[in-house]
Write a protein that binds this ligand. Sequence first.
Ligand SMILES: [Zn+2]
Length: 199
Amino acid sequence: MQGRSHLLVGLAAGVVIDSIFHLSGPPLTGSHDVSLNLLIDKGVYYFAVGLGALLPDIDNARSTLGQKLGVISKGIQKLAGHRTFFHSLLGLAFGSLLAIGLERVVSYLLELRGYQFPAQFITGSHTFFFGVLFGCIFHIAADALTLGGVPLLWPYKQRYGFPPNSHWRFRTGSWPEFVIVWVIMILVAVGVYNAVIAI
Ligand SMILES: [Zn+2]
């Protein structure tokens, strides 16, 4: 899938998960005092989901994230190849470790700027870590819908996809990708709209 599709699917799924588990704090809808601290908590969560949704394509120098990282992505692509380690369970574990480190950095930077409460909230609830983890999972799941599938058990080379028969899957960047992304977006928008109306 393309970077933009990953970002949209990841953020949409992030909204659904957050509306169930409230990882980023209490919901904004119907809340009477929306504080800056709460907005920061939410911002950090969605930033993390977006980052996680793009992270596995760090192994593709032409991807959205790859273009930003330049030499790093080129090196990774040369070493490992696209859709190998970073699209597997091992890659997911690596992404989680990276997220734990980045979470500390984010919390430290917030504290440095005087945002004590969001910093504590993030370290206490692991908003950032879970955001990146969910983003990565949605990325790998979305790529599993494409023709190429994903090498979930890398270094074992077998690629897995859904539906299991690759004839039913679509090619990255082809029209079914846009249909799937927009159907997901519309469903989430309707869900959010209904939730707001219900309040
Ligand atoms: Zn990918």
